[in-house]
Write a protein that binds this ligand. Structure first.
Ligand code: DAH
Length: 339
């Protein structure tokens, strides 16, 4: 019987050592330790032993049971550990693989400079005003002292929706919208798209951008206009930048002027970039015409104001040395990625 017990233990251990599945382990437990198992079968024969043999064999049988149980438990935990290991390996991610490149967008040069101009004016206490791109003739022309047969309308031909409704040719229309709804003091700029029926070339486009400015208050003078524009140009082009005002005519301002900025290429001496002038034309401006103020219900004997309108494309082209305006609208990433 002793030999049988030892044989059971040896064969149980051997089978266990080659077992590689948790399910098979349970079958082994039943085979050796179950009610109908090999060990139980031996114990059932204990009745035939002598009184001296019984405790010895009993002890041995208990030891064999304990040994097999221990071996089963060990095997179970080692199989579980292996299973866990395999699961981790299967689910692991190789963080050394190069990732998928996700291209980051960036602002268009027109937006970059527009934001810069907005920041500069907000720093001087201006608000940003918005206005419609499709507007009534009244706001774009008539209220700005450009009656139906005014010759200056010829220079701003546009796309008409109807006799009275058109695509705005200038952001100056926002001046009227603002003055109709706000009382002075008024201090706004209004950036936006404008339209003209111009043929496309290096310096013309049927769609471009302007930034309008308007200040109305008691005691506003031409010197306020000059100081404001000088500050803008110094912030945009550096402290050495100088501006020059030339007399001009606009129907909605009196007096009117054009504002030139010193050519950054030659510093005012004259070069091919400024066509020998030393200065480059940047914007139109002037003191708001009393007729325009009165038309918007503002008493021109109490209030005065200045206004200006600058072309955003010109500033952007100047800033980055872009010689062809069309590049700004073609959406060619090779161009746009440079900013
Ligand atoms: N609206 C004018 C244009 O498109 C520019 C301009 C000139 C705007 C003088 C103004 C101004 O506000 O006072 O050419």
């Amino acid at each position: 019987m002793k030999q049988q017990l030892e044989k059971i233990e040896a064969s149980a251990k051997e089978e266990l050592s080659s077992c590689s599945e948790i399910k098979a382990l349970e079958a082994l437990r039943i085979k050796y330790l179950g009610k109908k198992g090999e060990l139980t079968a031996i114990l059932k024969q204990m009745g035939g032993l002598t009184a001296e043999e019984r405790p010895v064999i009993g002890q041995l049988a208990n030891k064999v049971r304990a040994d097999i149980e221990e071996a089963l438990a060990e095997k179970l935990s080692s199989l579980k550990a292996n299973q866990q290991q395999a699961k981790i390996a299967a689910e692991s991610i190789d963080i050394t693989l190069p990732g998928k490149h996700c291209g980051l967008g960036k602002l268009h040069p027109l937006s970059i400079v527009e934001n810069e101009v907005k920041d500069i004016f907000m720093g001087m206490g201006f608000d940003i005003a918005d206005g419609p791109e499709v507007d009534y003739d009244y706001y774009v022309f008539e209220a700005l002292n450009l009656p139906p047969d005014h010759p200056a309308r010829d220079t701003q031909d546009t796309f008409y929706i109807s006799d009275k409704v058109l695509l705005r040719t200038q952001t100056s229309s926002v001046q009227v919208h603002v003055m109709e709804t706000q009382k002075p003091p008024i201090r706004i700029i209004s950036p936006g798209r404008v339209y003209r029926s111009d043929a496309v070339d290096a310096t013309h486009s049927p769609l471009f951008h302007q930034i309008e400015g308007l200040v109305v208050d008691k005691g506003i003078k031409m010197s306020d206009l000059k100081g404001t524009l000088e500050m803008l140009m110094k912030k945009l082009y550096g402290n050495d930048c100088k501006i020059r005002l030339r007399p001009h005519h606009f129907p909605f301002t009196e007096p009117s002027c054009e504002v030139d900025v010193m050519c950054f290429n030659c510093g005012g001496k004259g070069c091919s970039m400024c066509k020998g002038e030393g200065y480059i034309e940047l914007l139109g401006a002037g003191m708001v015409h009393p007729k325009v103020l009165e038309g918007c219900g503002i008493d021109s004997t109490v209030y005065s104001g200045f206004a200006f309108g600058l072309g955003l494309e010109r500033i952007v082209m100047r800033r980055y040395g872009i010689s062809d305006m069309r590049l700004l609208y073609e959406n060619d990433l090779r161009f746009l990625n440079q900013f």
